[in-house]
Design a binder for this molecule. Sequence first.
Ligand SMILES: C[S@@+](CC[C@H](N)C(=O)[O-])C[C@H]1O[C@@H](n2cnc3c(N)ncnc32)[C@H](O)[C@@H]1O
Length: 414
Amino acid sequence: MSVGTMGSESLRNAMVDRLAADHVAKGFVLRPEVEAAMRTVPREVYTPGLPVEQAYENEAVITKRRGEETISSVSAPFLIAEMLGQAADALGGLDGRHVLEIGSGGYNASLLRELVGPSGSVTTVDIDPEVTGRAATCLEAAGYTDVTVVCADAEHPIEPGRRYDLIIVTAGAWDVAAAWREQLTDGGVVVVPLRTWGMTRSWALRRSGDRLVSESHRQCGFVSVQGDGAHQVRYVDIAESVHLRLDEGQQLDPAVVAGLLAQPRQEAWAGLSLPPRTMLSDLDLWLATRLTLDVEKFVVLSAQEAAVDSGMVAPSWRFGTPATFHDGTFAYRSALRWTGRRFDLGAYAHGTKAAAEAGRMVGHMRAWVDAGSPSPVLHVLPAHAPDGDLPEGAVLDKRHSRFVLTFTHEKGAL
Ligand SMILES: C[S@@+](CC[C@H](N)C(=O)[O-])C[C@H]1O[C@@H](n2cnc3c(N)ncnc32)[C@H](O)[C@@H]1O
């Protein structure tokens, strides 16, 4: 099914070519059926008012803001492709599947409609009537008349009594709502961007009884879930344009961290020579689980471009870098140090115990490499699960669930 404008087909194909190359560069496989769907669905129909060239730029298109905050967008195609790939890998294909999409826009729903085929079904839900209204209009315009569009808070059951093979959440969540687990078939999969220790990953979680266990994860960013499941992220500024992201109910007195970056910097290096495709987003979760055990605060640093350009900070990733506050000292994972095509891992620290804290962080990085660079596996159990039922790992108690993060060497589909 395709209703496109003149020239849109070649723009669309060029976008999918770039997206396929991006998958290869990241070491992922773009499944043929996902690629075919993306070559079919006319994205410009879901971005009305935008020049067709921009509709195919492989970026999110913001459709609604509240003040400074983006609250709705048509998601970036590369991210949608990765998440659909996670879903299809976990379920062995999507043909004939019954799918609930949380967070509407129309574009992803039509890709899903292509993927599930005539015997499957797609329901898309959004909390915002303006979004569902636009999604319904656009779906109709593109010829996808067999998608059910619902306006509701997806924290609660949708189409009560129904079970879905796949629930795909396209807003950033902090917890797994009880309704999502309950509305999944046994063996069904929820693909959801979840924030743990201030860092968001899209997890493909398979249901087995009352628990969910991850099969894959991808680094990502999303607009936050609203409604009853909303959970506010808080920021403390450590300097102009440099922020610390606090999660999991953390508190940090701004006066305590103010001025720390102005103190002399100490650095430590792990003395490693790693290849380019090393999964550093896995290392960051490893650091979170280890550092929370032995420092006062594990936080996530984010910085504006100007703060990085001026050399005030040199974080590993300016949108979210593991950082600690301990013993009057601030430390963070630094930008990589390259020698030819290989790199070393390091940490920078400012404060009274700077050398020790940079060294502590680097010690955990070395331990991850020495352990064989294991990948995280997320286990999600109901909030009432007793400690004895939890696998051995780092435990994070949320509102409805108990999260446990373990690490594995089985790379498989990860
Ligand atoms: C990134 S947009 C969705 C993009 C869309 N899937 C697409 O095809 O491009 C995220 C959406 O999630 C919606 N949302 C946030 N919290 C929600 C909730 N509790 N229930 C349902 N929708 C929610 C927002 O209104 C927003 O429109």
